[in-house]
Design a protein around this ligand. Sequence first.
Ligand code: 1DF
Ligand code: MN
Length: 350
Amino acid sequence: MTTPRTGGDAGYLRIATEEAFAPAEMIAQWREMLAAGAIDDPGFLSLWGFYLTSRAERPTSVVERLQDMGERRLADMDGSGIDRQIVSLTAPGTQIFDRDRAVGIATLANDQLAEACRRHPDRFTGLTAVAPQDPDHAAKEIERGARELGFKGVIINSHTNDEYLDDQKFWAIFEAAEAADAPIYIHPNTPSRGLIQPLLDAGLDGAIYGFGVETGMHLLRLIVAGVFDRFPRLKIVVGHLGEALPFWLYRLDYMHAATVRSQRYASMRPLAKKPSDYLRENVWVTTSGMAWAPAIMFCREVLDADRVLYAMDYPYEFVVEEVQAQDRLPLTPAEKKAFFQTNAENLFGL
Ligand code: 1DF
Ligand code: MN
């Protein structure tokens, strides 16, 4: 098969929606903190302790590519047929820092990303990075991102120092995102302290499985806490085909209803809708790292074809054959255009 090309000759533009970058300053701070023994988060130590010290080919190339928002990235996009990247701050971004540093890195990352988007407006669209450690500042940064920087959504890398967004102290973030009509991409982080140990023991804490456990659970926590009853127009995006939740729709509905009825948990109160309704009305999923036709077709069937979007997960996943595999999905030309292009344009307001 020929190499995919940009420019729409397949009948659609390819918009990749979970693409990562890292300011050199953030990588430098991570390196310093690791070297100083200043970090005790087991997930961060496992993930970035590896990426920032390994000399193997994949981690060194990932760390270099993350920091390039210029020629190298554009050449990679040209070589894999990606017309536009929706770019976001790589995990865990600000979410490993104390509050003041986190706010500083969010601001710096957003200013750098906005500059790259201004240089290449036809290739890059940005998402706003925030420091959930300071929810009021995060709310203001969401507004600045939307109004001044031209960003089209928000990135949050799952838990922040073991805390999840269903805690009402974070809800200023949801209020700001809903007001700006900015989708929040809940991207994986390594599992929180209480969740990680058995995964870590088996080498399963990272992208192979732990990311999905952490992030799918995070979204479920938002649902059962009633976040979408309080913020009915809130839009959430998750990668990796919904972090396995689409497979669980039936059981989630059945068990949620049964649990509420039996009044087993004070924390599990009645919701206005079924868990699957929120997953079908407030959530969009992307195919990052899941270039697998049966799973993609299943998600289109049980969610909705408008809710399944293409993503690559550059530079962690950079495999031209995966673009080709998705070009070959058993879809009509119109469906394929929605999958690669117009679903993303509609969701992010491009
Ligand atoms: C990995 C995968 C790292 C994904 C990521 O960010 C990431 C990895 C730190 O393979 O270590 O975003 N991913 O989304 O699958
Ligand atoms: Mn990713």
